[in-house]
Design a protein around this ligand. Structure first.
Ligand SMILES: *Cc1c(COP(=O)(O)O)cnc(C)c1O
Length: 411
């Protein structure tokens, strides 16, 4: 049966675990294709947050009492689950942050303290604003120089140009694993290897990769890997920064406050060890616990199967969309996944997005926090459908029909 061939795993039983998905908007079944902006949450994650506030609420790392010890245990258990999931060698290399943006800013500020005037930082042409602006601020502060790996018209990084940018002056390379706008999967392992040859450290923006494929930080050999909880089926306001211990140990604290200290006097304060040195103040406790549960949920899936299935969804969507008049795909890299960005000749992406919304189809329109990518393609924005493993081929059909209907209404 054709149907069984294309559906790699039991998507219906997965969907049942995501309550948000089984609702109607404007009287139509919701088709949620905005996973690049944020993912939906499985019931186990929602329940874990409710459970924490119902029965466990207390502060962590400082209580003598039962609730505090229990919450601390659950929060630290989450760190362990995530450590294992990304195959980080040590628990203390897994730092809780409030998201990708916070993780990148932490590195830009703290590792940035170790840089000097004339040092060079390399990013790429397809970075999210949160992997551009922190480096610009650092360059202003320290007199460092920002270099950008260019891309070709398919949205692939030009590796020869990257090689030419690298030199002994390069101190840090920060690139996205998967582009949130183009879906390009960058060769981050190779990028890391080349940077290391020059003695530079590497930060990978994993905001769009960890939910779509197996990520092993030791295999990638990256020095930092940052991602957001909310895009990986966990809560908002929590994220992870993985960093190699030897490097984190050399870095000064980012923020000062409770938890990050060992001893405080007015004359001199000594800092706590990892990971607490970088976790000042009361964290997002329920978020951390919920994120751990999200990773336990993910551990129950075969990520190779997920990757394969999502690629099938995206490939099918592209093939069907291209049958429509005036359709232009933005982002046609050979190595790409789960994101389909497009524009339709003569029509504004926002108008298409608005009409899709009225048909129950959630997409994102605009520049997707990547204005330089829009400038490169000389377009104001795109319509972006971004998939997760709970999306179906039937939803792709609804999207394509919806786009066709929207085009007809607007023309
Ligand atoms: C979403 C995203 C970010 C920023 O994540 P926040 O959760 O907003 O901190 C950074 N990089 C990429 C590639 C993203 O998709």
């Amino acid at each position: 049966m054709a149907e069984e061939k294309t559906i790699a795993f039991d998507v219906e039983s997965i969907r049942e675990q995501f309550p948000t998905l089984s609702q109607q908007v404007y009287g139509k079944d919701l088709v949620y294709l905005d996973n690049g902006a944020t993912s939906q949450k499985p019931k186990v994650v929602i329940d874990a947050i409710g459970h924490y506030y119902t029965l466990e609420n207390s502060n962590i790392h400082r209580g003598v009492h039962f609730l505090s010890q229990q919450a601390t245990e659950h929060y630290e258990h989450a760190r362990k689950v995530i450590q294992q999931y990304i195959n980080a060698p040590l628990e203390e290399e897994v730092l809780f942050t409030s998201g990708t943006t916070a993780g990148i800013n932490l590195v830009a500020f703290s590792y940035g303290e170790l840089l000097s005037e004339g040092d060079e930082i390399i990013i790429s042409a397809m970075e999210h604003h949160s992997n551009i602006v922190p480096w610009q601020i650092l360059c202003e502060r320290k007199g460092c120089i920002l270099k950008v790996i260019p891309m070709n018209e398919h949205g692939e990084l030009m590796m020869d140009a990257y090689s030419n940018l690298l030199s002994h002056r390069t101190k840090l390379v920060a690139v996205t694993h998967i582009s949130n706008t183009l879906g390009t999967i960058n060769p981050v392992k190779e990028i890391t290897r080349m940077a290391h040859e020059q003695g530079a450290v590497v930060l990978i923006d994993g905001a769009q990769s960890i939910q779509h494929m197996t990520v092993d930080v030791q295999e990638l050999d990256c020095d930092f890997y940052a991602f957001s909880g909310h895009k990986v089926f966990g809560p908002t306001g929590v994220g992870i920064l993985y960093g190699k211990k030897a490097i984190l140990d050399k870095m000064p604290p980012y923020q000062g406050g409770g938890d990050m200290i060992e001893k405080v006097t007015f004359e001199k304060t000594t800092y706590n060890g990892l990971p607490h040195k970088f976790e000042a103040g009361t964290p997002n406790i329920s978020g951390g616990i919920g994120l751990g549960v999200a990773f336990e949920f993910l551990s129950g899936l075969d990520m190779d199967e997920v990757e394969h299935y999502e690629k099938e969804l995206a490939t099918y969507a592209e093939k069907e969309l291209l049958k429509l008049d005036g359709m232009r795909l933005i982002g046609t890299a050979k190595e790409k996944t789960s994101v389909v960005s497009f524009i339709v000749e003569g029509l504004h992406p926002f108008d298409i997005g608005t009409l899709l919304d009225k048909q129950g189809i959630a997409v994102r329109t605009g520049h997707h926090c990547t204005q330089p990518v829009m400038d490169f393609f000389k377009i104001p924005g795109t319509v972006r459908a971004s998939f997760a493993f709970y999306n179906t081929m039937a939803e792709v059909d609804i999207l394509v029909k919806g786009v066709e209907r929207s085009i007809n209404m607007l023309r």
